[in-house]
Ligand binder design. Structure first.
Ligand code: SAM
Length: 182
């Protein structure tokens, strides 16, 4: 299976904490291996995401990077920058899916021009402005062709048993942990 890594540019600790956390949670849930981030180092964000990964299963990693240009240059796979100005995903997805390793780059504030140059592909998920969270989710779903729906996370401590109504979460180490009918 293709290995996907995410690079989140320009994290601003105060402004972006929820959005960057959601990017990381989407990356994990939609089967990316790891998220790198640049901008402000944020231990709270790292802890929050890794707490989720420990509880809901893994493996998943987070790494803060100072020199993101170096990371992109040295990455030994294809580099895909998601931007509304790029080539529509539908035109390139078959080509992109052939890669063994993909680095997906997503921005927050204005993305420096060099990112467009360093990327092998600049890809739009519609040519309308929206969000890095949505763009990342759609991109990963297309790369993995929906496999995230059936994925069982290794070493999970809890697991949801889907219900038509209400919530059922079981503990994988002991007996059913929580049951409610909300
Ligand atoms: N204004 C910024 C710029 O000009 O680079 C982009 C801000 S946008 C809120 C943050 C990120 O969401 C972008 O860097 C891009 O990765 C992603 N994004 C937003 N809309 C997108 C789209 N239609 N297609 C692909 N990515 C998109």
């Amino acid at each position: 299976m293709t290995e996907v890594f995410v690079l989140r540019l320009s994290h601003r600790k105060d402004r972006d904490k929820r959005v960057t956390t959601h990017c990381a949670l989407v990356a994990r849930a939609f089967l990316a291996k790891k998220i790198y981030y640049t901008g402000d180092k944020d231990e709270k964000f790292e802890k929050k995401v890794m707490d989720v990964a420990r509880r809901w299963g893994g493996p998943f990693e987070i790494e803060y990077v100072k020199d993101w240009k170096k990371l992109i240059k040295n990455f030994d796979g294809i580099k895909v920058h998601l931007t509304m100005y790029g080539t529509p995903l539908n035109k390139k997805i078959d080509e992109i899916k052939q890669a063994n390793k993909i680095l997906v780059i997503i921005g927050s504030e204005k993305v420096p021009g060099i990112a467009y140059e360093l990327a092998d592909y600049n890809i739009s998920i519609t040519t309308q402005p929206h969000s890095e969270i949505a763009a990342l989710a759609i991109f990963l779903d297309r790369v993995f062709e929906g496999k995230e729906f059936d994925h069982e996370f290794s070493n999970a401590k809890v697991k949801i048993i889907p219900q038509e109504k209400g919530k059922k979460v079981i503990s994988l180490s002991q007996q059913p942990r929580k049951k409610s009918t909300q």
